[in-house]
Design a protein around this ligand. Structure first.
Ligand code: AMP
Ligand code: ZN
Length: 452
C-alpha cells in the first residue's frame, strides 16, 4: 500500500511497525458549533484509509480526539477560545455546548456509516496528563513564561521547521506588530495559558498555584502519549494543520519525551462550495440538515466525497451531489442484480479496485474500475459485501430482494408480453411500478430495479 507522506513529501510503501496494531491518530472536531460538509470530508477519507488497511489484513488501533477546550479563534495565541465563544453565543455553559455539538458530530459520523474509532478522547479528560507533558518540556528548558502563559521556545527544537518546511528566516522577517513583544521567536506558541485578571474563561485548572488551561496542540500530543504511545504509524488531519497545529504537536511531544511522534502524516485538502471558500458571509456553510432539506442523504454526500481524491482541492455543488446520488442508486441496482441473474466472476474487478485503493487511496480510480464492469457484470453476494467493506455505502442492506408476489407479477407480465397481450402486460407493469419497482426490458427477459 502506498501513501503520500507529508513528512517526506513522497509516495511511500506503508509498513506499520506492528502489523497486528496499526496505530493511527486523527485530529477531531472542535465542538463549538455544527460541523459543515467541508469538515466532514476528512472523516470520510480517513474512514476509507481504515477500510483499506483492513483489506490488507491489518488491524488498527485508532484514536479520535474531541477538542472541548483551548482551541482559539486564531492560530496566534491571542484569539478567543472557540468553546467560550460558542457558550456566549448560545447562553449556555461551555460544558453544555461541548455536549450538544459532540453528540451532533457523533450522530453524523454514525449516519455516514464511518467505522467507530477504537477510542474517542475528550481533551478535558486529559488535563493532568497535559500538565505532566508541560513539566517534561519545562524540565528540558524548552519553555519560558510570559504574562499570559507558558511558551515554547521553538528555536530550541531543531526539527521545528521539518514537517511544514517552514522558512523561519522569512517568517521572522515578515513578523510585524502582531508579534507579541514577549515572544522570543515568531513561531513560539502557548503550551499553557493563564487565565488573565478579569478574563471570562469557564474551563480552568490550577497549575503552579494559578488558574489556566491548555493551549490547543497539547491535547493531541498528550492523548497520543497516553493512549497509543509514540511513535504511531499514521497521523491524519486537514492540510491547514501542517504549518501550525501539527508542527506544534510534534514540537511538544518529541520535545517532551524524545520519541518520534508519527512515521506517516496524511493531510486532506479543502473543498470549496459552488466555487467559493466556505464562509458565513457567503451563506454557503452547508450542514447535513441543509442537504437533507434538499432530499439528499448522508450516503449521497459520502458518495460525492469518495468520487474525489483526498489530496485534491474539490468543489462541491448540488448538481454534483445529485449526480453522486444517481451513481449511488445505480450501484444499488447493480447490487440487486445478484437476485436476478447468473453471477459473473468478479475477482479481476476486485483486484483492480484494491490496486487503485492501495495507490494512495485512489477512491476515484477505484470507482472507475467498478464502473467499467457495472453494465456487463452480475455481482454475487460476496462481491457486494466487498464493495461495502471498502466504500461503506450500505449496498447490501439497501438492495434487498423483492417479495414473491412481485416476482410472480413480473413473471406473469413476461408471459403476457410473449403472448402479445399488451393490455395485460401494461396493467401488470403499472402494478409493479406502484410497488416501487421498475422493469428494464431486454431481448429475452426483463430486469427489475428500484424505481426511486
Ligand atoms: P474549523 O471548525 O473551521 O476550525 O474547521 C475544523 C477543521 O475542518 C479545519 O481545521 C480543517 O481541517 C477542516 N476544514 C475546515 N474547512 C474545510 C473545508 N472547506 N474543506 C475541508 N476541510 C475543512
Ligand atoms: Zn491535533
Amino acid at each position: 500500500m502506498k501513501l503520500y507522506n507529508t513528512l517526506t513529501r513522497k509516495l511511500e510503501d506503508f509498513v506499520p511497525r506492528d502489523p497486528q496494531r496499526v496505530k493511527i491518530y486523527t485530529c477531531g472536531p472542535t465542538v463549538y458549533s455544527f460541523a459543515h460538509i467541508g469538515n466532514f470530508t476528512a472523516y470520510v477519507y480517513w474512514d476509507l484509509l481504515i477500510r483499506v488497511l483492513r483489506q490488507n489484513g491489518w488491524t488498527e488501533d485508532r484514536v479520535l480526539n474531541i477538542t472541548d477546550v483551548g482551541h482559539l479563534t486564531s492560530d496566534a495565541d491571542d484569539g478567543e477560545d472557540k468553546m467560550e465563544k460558542g457558550a456566549k453565543r448560545e447562553g449556555k455553559t461551555v460544558w453544555e455546548v461541548a455536549e450538544i455539538y459532540m453528540n451532533d458530530f457523533l450522530a453524523n459520523f454514525r449516519a455516514l456509516g464511518l467505522i467507530e474509532p477504537t477510542q474517542i478522547c475528550r481533551a478535558t479528560d486529559f488535563i493532568q496528563a497535559d500538565i505532566a507533558l508541560v513539566e517534561a518540556l519545562d524540565a528540558k528548558g524548552l519553555l519560558y513564561e510570559t504574562s499570559d502563559g507558558l511558551y515554547y521556545d521553538t528555536a530550541k527544537f531543531p526539527k521545528y521547521a521539518e514537517l511544514a518546511r517552514l522558512d523561519l528566516e522569512h517568517l521572522r522577517a515578515g513578523a510585524r506588530i502582531d508579534f507579541s513583544a514577549e515572544k522570543r521567536n515568531v513561531s513560539d506558541f502557548a503550551v499553557w495559558k493563564w487565565v488573565r485578571e478579569g478574563e471570562d474563561h469557564a474551563m480552568q485548572w490550577e497549575y503552579r498555584g494559578r488558574m489556566g488551561y491548555p493551549g490547543w496542540h497539547l491535547e493531541c500530543a498528550t492523548i497520543i502519549h497516553e493512549r497509543l504511545s509514540e511513535p504511531i504509524d499514521i497521523h491524519t488531519g486537514g492540510i491547514d494543520h501542517v504549518p501550525v497545529h501539527h508542527t506544534n504537536e510534534i514540537a511538544e511531544l518529541e520535545g517532551a519525551y524524545g520519541q518520534k511522534m508519527a512515521d506517516v502524516w496524511l493531510h486532506n485538502n479543502f473543498i470549496t462550495v459552488e466555487g467559493e471558500k466556505i464562509s458565513k458571509s457567503l451563506g454557503n456553510v452547508y450542514e447535513f440538515k441543509d442537504l437533507q432539506a434538499k432530499g439528499f442523504s448522508h450516503m449521497d454526500y459520502k458518495m460525492w466525497v469518495l468520487q474525489g481524491h483526498y489530496q485534491s482541492e474539490r468543489n462541491f455543488s448540488f448538481e454534483d451531489l445529485a449526480a453522486a446520488r444517481q451513481r449511488r442508486l445505480n450501484y444499488r441496482n447493480f447490487a440487486a442484480l445478484r437476485w436476478q441473474k447468473q453471477t459473473t466472476d468478479m475477482s479481476d474487478v476486485k483486484a483492480a479496485i484494491l490496486a487503485q485503493l492501495n495507490n494512495n487511496l485512489n477512491s476515484a480510480g477505484a470507482l472507475a474500475e467498478l464502473d467499467k464492469c457495472v453494465a456487463q457484470c452480475v455481482p454475487d453476494e460476496d462481491f457486494v459485501r466487498f464493495l461495502d467493506e471498502v466504500f461503506g455505502l450500505n449496498l447490501i442492506t439497501e438492495s434487498p430482494d423483492i417479495n414473491a408476489e412481485l416476482k410472480e407479477k413480473i413473471a406473469q407480465r413476461g408471459a403476457a408480453k410473449k403472448q402479445r397481450d399488451f393490455a395485460k402486460a401494461d396493467a401488470l407493469r403499472e402494478e409493479i411500478a406502484a410497488a416501487g419497482v421498475a422493469l428494464l426490458d431486454g431481448a429475452e427477459s426483463s430486469v427489475w430495479q428500484y424505481a426511486d
